[in-house]
Design a protein around this ligand. Structure first.
Ligand code: NAD
Length: 259
């Protein structure tokens, strides 16, 4: 059945789009007609991917830098007139008990996962308000809703991101702009592959035991999500059909938070 979602004429900025979930979202938005700026630290993978999109551009950016965030929004404006869709996706993980957590690393996670979405939203909103249309999709996590041990920085940032999402939704409600968060359980991406290694070390388990006993233990559906499943939800949130959804935390979690 042909897709009914038409994002042609919309310009999207997706952070962390060289890999995993961000890449799948950028691809899906492009497949539905959007022009996409692929933003990432990884120049080689990001450029190659952007070149493969019909209306893709790449800009290297470290989202912990205010200047880089400003430059991303300015680039979308130069290319296509302004950011209509902002997907805050760039992320990293660090697994360590609180008493051993490196302080600089804790701060860096907060910068990437929480402060960057604030900066990019701040810079992108004026164009969305002027147009009377905008979509902000924040890639949070089930760890925005519940906690697990050893991920204090990530969990604090993702909980904060849900609060930020709700606040923006309230401020932007009468201006045609929606702001939502997506909360996935484990998705098959390089970030999760690295976590499996870390958890195996931390818990003295094999990789298979980590997936079965730790990652999928609370889930109703005993499988990892695919990035394309998260991307389909993100694209839906950008559609006109989703114009009544804002301030929400959309769980796509194989039943992980059902208990
Ligand atoms: P990934 O490692 O595959 O991709 C993350 C991308 O972000 C990489 O391309 C990386 O280069 C980029 N990045 C990292 N730091 C950056 C920075 N400072 N500036 C610019 N780009 C930077 O990871 P993923 O699994 O696709 O994760 C994407 C998002 O989804 C993250 O916010 C993550 O927290 C969230 N998430 C992932 C899962 C999962 O199971 N994979 C589950 C829930 C939420």
């Amino acid at each position: 059945m042909p897709s009914t979602i038409d994002l042609s004429g919309k310009a999207a900025l997706v952070t962390g789009a060289a890999s995993g979930i961000g890449r799948a979202i950028a691809q899906d938005l492009a497949d539905h007609g959007a022009c996409v700026l692929v933003a990432d630290l990884n120049e080689q993978a990001g450029q190659a991917f952007a070149d493969s999109l019909p209306s893709g551009r790449f800009q290297r950016a470290d989202v912990t830098s205010r200047d880089d965030c400003r430059a991303l929004v300015a680039r979308v404006e130069r290319e296509w007139g302004g950011t209509d869709i902002l997907v805050n996706n760039a992320g990293v993980q660090h697994v360590a008990p609180v008493e051993e957590f490196p302080e600089d690393r804790w701060e860096q996670l907060i910068r990437i996962l929480l402060i960057a979405p604030f900066l990019l939203t701040k810079y992108a909103l004026p164009h969305m308000y002027a147009r009377g249309w905008g979509r902000i999709v924040n890639i949070a996590s089930i760890h925005g809703l519940v906690a697990s041990p050893y991920k204090s920085a990530y969990i604090a940032a993702k909980h904060g991101l849900l609060g930020f999402t709700k606040t923006v939704a309230l401020e932007a409600g009468d201006k045609g702009v929606t702001c939502n968060a997506i909360c996935p359980s484990y998705v098959r991406t390089p970030l999760v592959e690295r976590q499996i290694d870390d958890l195996a070390k931390e818990n003295r388990l094999s990789r298979e035991q980590v997936v079965e006993q730790i990652m999928l233990a609370p889930a109703a559906l005993k499988r990892l999500l695919e990035p394309s499943e998260v991307a389909a939800l993100a694209t839906f949130l950008c559609s006109d059909a989703a114009s009544g959804i804002t301030g929400s935390a959309q769980a796509i979690d194989c039943g992980w938070t059902a208990r």
